[in-house]
Design a binder for this molecule. Structure first.
Ligand SMILES: Cc1cc2nc3c(=O)[nH]c(=O)nc-3n(C[C@H](O)[C@H](O)[C@H](O)COP(=O)(O)OP(=O)(O)OC[C@H]3O[C@@H](n4cnc5c(N)ncnc54)[C@H](O)[C@@H]3O)c2cc1C
Length: 380
């Protein structure tokens, strides 16, 4: 086999690329496969925090930074306290995930890390990956680059952006309940857009406080800062604190058909593959599922991207996005109904795309309104 040829090339050592590489590494079917991961970044800094819910212990228990058993949603006139049992809400710092994955993968002599930038991939009889320094070939390429073409066409679909900034603050006296997250707090909003505060308390004296928008347009950085500052003062009632870290991000919430770029030889993965759930912006747990499907497809000699998506969930996501895009002021109403009228199991199973039709009906009933009927008809 030529030196620069691999069975699989994974472009991008991010969430999707590393979860996929770990799955290859953990399955004896792939023991003799040569795998290359190409990324210009060596992943030595903490670029984000991933949160997700799951039952019992999961795959990442050793690197969980914190987990919580309770959540609160504050609507303007109502407080909803949720006991998450049998789920927990968990957080992983990206740097812990990268270090954990790299430590395991670097022990595998069939896995090669290449610190280069991919410029193009050509899909002829053999697939060629061209970087800023070299060319490599592969039997199959998994690509986490978001195509420029996709970015420029997002607005032709039902798209809004989840954009946010968070401060990790440290206080001198006890200020937080380390067992309860604030999932959404609508008491402080930017006008009547869908905006909310999110708080992850790591200890009694340390928490991530974030201001989030689900809107079409982004805002300048100082706008998030002013809302976080006001929220800490007026709602958390904290005067004295230090900012020890900040996090900012944008996540597309869209029904863009990313999956149409998949071919027999190239599979788009992660955000670039449409693995971020359109209606929530979450992807950590869905990535596990997509990776498991890819592994099963390869072992069954099917095209890796077969059955990665379920049409009914794409349909539900599109209706939800349509309501939020057309009637952005309805966000608080939607989430208040969603969280107050359904059980934890029903909500999380629905968001995890594991729900039964009965549970979906229950969710639809809880959100029944003219806004959803209109969006349903337009989506049809
Ligand atoms: C700040 C932030 C916070 C988030 N928080 C959560 C959360 O709490 N829970 C959740 O479920 N989801 C969250 N998400 C959404 C989603 O889970 C993440 O965006 C996730 O990292 C997506 O995984 P990915 O592999 O597609 O992208 P990434 O993790 O960003 O990885 C992409 C990789 O591709 C590499 N790359 C890019 N271009 C090239 C190139 N030309 N050649 C080679 N390599 C290249 C990059 O260097 C990077 O390492 C968050 C997103 C952001 C931005």
């Amino acid at each position: 086999m030529p030196k620069n040829h691999y069975d699989y090339i994974i472009i991008g050592n991010g969430l999707a690329g590393l979860q996929l590489a770990l799955a290859f590494n953990n399955d004896s079917h792939f023991t003799n496969k040569r795998i290359a991961l190409i990324d210009p970044s060596t992943k030595t800094s903490n670029d984000k925090t991933w949160s997700f819910w799951e039952q019992n212990t999961g795959l990442w228990e050793d690197i969980i930074h914190q987990k919580w058993s309770k959540a609160t949603i504050f609507a303007s006139n109502k407080t909803i306290d949720l006991k998450l049992n049998p789920y927990s809400y968990k957080t992983i710092r990206a740097i812990d995930f990268y270090s954990h994955a790299l430590a395991i993968l670097k022990q595998n002599k069939n896995i090669t890390f290449i610190t280069e930038t991919v410029n193009s991939v050509t899909d002829d009889s053999i697939i060629t990956v061209n970087t800023n320094k070299n060319s490599y070939t592969a039997n199959h390429v998994f690509d986490s680059r978001i195509a420029n073409d996709a970015l420029s066409r997002l607005d032709q679909y039902t798209t809004i952006t989840q954009h946010f900034k968070g401060w990790i603050i440290k206080t001198n006296t006890d200020a937080f309940d380390p067992d309860t997250i604030t999932m959404m707090d609508y008491r402080l909003k930017d006008g009547d857009q869908t905006t909310f505060n999110y708080v992850l308390p790591f200890t009694k004296r340390e928490a991530l406080v974030e201001f989030t928008y689900f809107t079409e347009h982004t805002v300048e950085e100082h706008v998030y800062d002013s809302y976080i500052k006001k929220y800490i003062k007026d709602f958390l009632k904290i005067e004295d604190y230090q900012i020890i870290e900040t996090e900012m991000g944008q996540i597309p919430m869209t029904n863009f058909p990313f999956e149409q770029s998949n071919t027999k030889n190239i599979t788009k993965i992660g955000t670039a593959g449409g693995w971020v759930k359109g209606s929530t912006g979450y992807s950590f747990k869905l990535t596990e599922k997509k990776v498991a499907t890819i592994i099963a497809n390869i072992k069954a000699n099917s095209t890796p991207s077969t059955d990665l998506f379920t049409a009914k969930y794409k349909f539900y996501d599109k209706i939800f996005l349509k309501v939020l895009k057309d009637e952005n002021h309805k966000g608080e109403w939607i989430f208040e109904k969603f969280y107050s009228k359904n059980s934890i199991q029903t909500m999380f199973r629905f968001l995890d795309e594991d729900s039964s039709f009965k549970e979906e009906l229950q969710i639809m009933t809880s959100l029944f309104s003219w806004s959803f009927i209109k969006a349903f008809i337009k989506t049809l």
